[in-house]
Write a protein that binds this ligand. Structure first.
Ligand code: BTN
Length: 268
């Protein structure tokens, strides 16, 4: 098979080294997981701002212990190591910052209607195009945000076909993985800088609400303290999902660090 691998020089050339963000870009063809790679570097004391991209992951991780399959030559698997000086309860907002950056980055390359399934999935046409996995070190001295994007994947297994899609399938043409990578990174640094200055998500709050696919949908909140069902109303200024409970009518602010939100009747 003639697989076209990443053109790393093209990515390096196009990355804007944003003022105030010391951006270092690392690539390797095969790694266990880019998140684990970034975490290993984090433990060694590598400064925040490092980006880890791989063509192939042998042990790619999804949320909740799931396996993440990386399609070689057609997807993007990348992690960013950060050392934000933030209280633990604000760290989870970084997942929203990344979600918005992925939406923004894809919009710069494709003409597609993109949504977010709070807080980790980026959606096109009701199916998942990108998953985000945010991990924090136990000493809270660094954070790793990993993204897996289906760019030019042309087909999915029977198991995934109902819930996953790719830019290629949605757009009907090949999309440059290099462009997507660079646009997402540049958007991320833009939003990250604002987020670190303001300490909140006001820079993209309105837009996030607009593209929130959960809004007005019945969801099941899987909370270790007790699961419940309700109607998702939107997010609040802290990035929490507001859910009006079915059982007692109370509106709960759901914090993504603790819970998982599932559509009650479908993936969404
Ligand atoms: C999810 O949807 O469950 C999150 C998927 C996150 C996958 C990415 S691929 C790059 C990075 N490295 C990993 O091992 N996982 C994340």
């Amino acid at each position: 098979m003639n697989t076209k691998l990443f053109n790393i020089e093209e990515i390096r050339r196009r990355l804007i080294d944003e003022e105030g963000v010391d951006c270092h870009f690392f690539y390797c063809e095969t790694v266990d997981s880019t998140n684990d790679w970034a975490k290993r570097e984090g433990r060694k004391g590598v400064p925040g701002g490092a980006i880890y991209l791989a063509e192939r992951q042998t042990a790619g991780k999804g949320r909740r212990g799931r396996i993440w399959h990386t399609a070689v030559g057609t997807s993007v698997s990348m992690s960013i190591l950060l050392r934000p000086d933030l209280p633990a309860d604000k760290i989870f907002m970084l997942t929203l910052v990344m979600g918005m950056a992925v939406v923004d980055g894809i919009r710069r390359v494709c003409d597609l209607d993109i949504q977010i399934k709070w807080p980790n999935d980026v959606i096109i046409g009701g199916k998942k195009i990108c998953g985000i996995l945010t991990e924090m070190s136990s000493g809270m001295d660094y954070v790793v945000i990993g993204i897996g994007i289906n760019v030019n994947v042309s087909s999915f297994s029977e198991e995934l076909a109902g819930t996953s899609t790719s830019l290629f399938l949605e757009q009907g043409r090949f999309v440059s993985r290099e462009f997507v990578t660079v646009e997402i990174l540049n958007s991320f640094w833009k939003y990250y800088k604002i987020f670190m200055n303001t300490g909140d998500i006001s820079a993209f709050f309105q837009e996030y609400q607009k593209i929130l696919v959960n809004r007005g949908r019945s969801v099941r909140v899987l909370d270790p303290a007790g699961s419940f069902c309700g109607m998702a109303l939107g997010i609040n200024g802290r990035g929490e999902l507001l859910v009006k409970r079915e059982d007692n009518g109370a509106t709960e602010a759901v914090y993504s660090g603790e819970v998982s939100v599932r559509g009650l009747y479908s993936y969404l």
